[in-house]
Design a protein around this ligand. Structure first.
Ligand code: HAM
Length: 403
């Protein structure tokens, strides 16, 4: 039997209900904050991700579903959503229009990672990108949005916060970090030796315990921020305090994608095992320019829907719509016609087979119908049907013509 590929799951039945509940809730929050839907292709030129996510990142270095298509183009399935949205933003010349442009999206992302609980090769993100707003209030707004979505889904979280500095303070910090890494180079892992050459700050989130203990003495970027980055970071903390959003400063939070500057954040959950990041994001003021657009400040986040689906507290399911059942084969045609009429306004479930009362009630319960009616020879003779409210158990008779 052919099975789905490793790390790629089907979403159906109860999972699908959680999935759509999450997307509907997150969409509602995003729209309340004035964001608009954007859909970008699943397949993009590989160069887009190499230039944005960065050649030194694990995503580009090891995890891309990359291939040459029939037209000899080097393409890849998107590993994340930001790069495609930035490309679309520039391609539609919105960078030249000025002003704020705010988007949200959801869809499949692909990373060839080692599958395990919470880590898939095809997974879904809900993401938000805001362009043209050079204000730390917008960074705070992003964090408030994630917090609102999680709260509405009944999910507890811990928020980790860091500042990655900008072009004024980062280069100097990088030099001091490289000097530090050189002082312990003999003892660090192979990956960190490579990171030192490609993107030194990535050593800070190395998972190797020995490296972590060595880096405890490394210089901290948070102590080396320039005045502007420091004052933005302080303002961000103040806004979060004023809005009752708890956070912890994690000076090792560097994020796995290269495009960030200034604010970086991650929401984690303690209830889903080792893959605990449920959302991540930050500011990326240089990316639009880097992809040949007009310099435009930007900030955004993405949430991992599969990880969240485990945590969502679903609201109580309410009975809804009608169940219409046929008692005799001859009335099935009439049931189909009545359902067709009623479906203009209501959800209707029917069965194409005649069944007895008990079996119809069972079926109506299974689909959580609110109203129940069955039609047999008596009903045809009287031209009336009885509608039973399965919630309050009341009944009323109406003529078939008025149904
Ligand atoms: P990211 O941190 O790579 O950021 O991914 C965001 C979220 O996607 C993670 O926090 C996690 O919940 C989920 N995720 C990532 N990889 C997997 C996986 N293999 N299986 C299941 N879930 C996963 C980004 O993708 C950035 N584009 C976020 C962003 C938007 N930054 C600015 N704007």
């Amino acid at each position: 039997m052919i099975q789905s590929l490793r790390g790629m799951n089907d979403i159906l039945s109860e999972d699908y209900e959680r999935f759509t509940y999450f997307i509907n809730t997150a969409t509602d929050v995003a729209q309340k904050y004035g964001f608009h839907f954007i859909e970008t292709p699943l397949l993009e030129e590989t160069a887009l991700f190499k230039r944005s996510v960065g050649e030194s990142s694990d995503i580009v270095g090891k995890e891309m579903y990359q291939f040459i298509d029939k037209g000899e183009n080097d393409v890849c399935l998107r590993p994340e959503g930001t790069a495609g949205v930035v490309r679309a933003f520039i391609q539609k010349k919105l960078d030249r229009a000025g002003g704020a442009h705010r988007f949200f999206y959801h869809g499949s992302m692909f990373r060839y990672e080692r599958p395990q609980k919470g880590r898939l090769r095809q997974f879904h993100q809900f993401g938000v990108e805001s362009f043209g707003v050079n204000s730390v209030y917008e960074d705070a707004t992003m964090i408030m949005m994630v917090s609102d979505i999680l709260k509405r889904c009944g999910i507890d979280y811990r928020l980790q916060l860091n500042s990655l500095g900008d072009q004024n303070c980062m280069p100097q910090y990088r030099d001091s970090l490289v000097s530090f890494i050189e002082s312990v180079e003999d003892e660090i892992c192979k990956d960190c030796k490579r990171r030192k050459e490609t993107n030194p700050i990535r050593v800070l989130d190395c998972k190797n315990a020995k490296c972590q203990s060595l880096y405890a003495d490394a210089p901290k970027l948070i102590n080396a921020l320039c005045d502007e980055c420091e004052s933005d970071f302080n303002k961000l903390k103040q806004i979060l305090d004023e809005n009752d959003i708890n956070y912890e400063i994690n000076t090792n939070l560097v994020r796995g994608l290269d495009y960030y500057s200034k604010t970086a954040f991650e929401f984690v959950s303690e209830n889903i095992g080792s893959q605990s990041a449920i959302a991540g994001g930050g500011r990326y003021d240089k990316l639009v320019e880097f992809l040949d657009g007009k310099p435009t400040p930007a900030v955004g986040f993405a949430m991992g829907i599969e990880r969240l689906m485990e945590l969502i507290v679903m609201p109580e399911v309410k009975r809804e719509g009608y169940y219409i059942g046929a008692m005799d084969e001859e009335v099935v045609d009439l049931v189909v016609t009545l359902a067709h009429k009623k479906r203009k306004t209501d959800k209707v479930t029917i069965d194409y087979k005649a069944k007895n009362f008990k079996n119809h009630i069972k079926s109506a319960d299974k689909v959580n119908a609110k109203y129940f009616c069955i039609i047999g020879s008596n009903e045809i003779e009287n031209q009336t049907i009885t509608i039973k409210d399965l919630e309050d158990k009341s009944e009323k008779n109406i003529s078939i013509k008025d149904f």
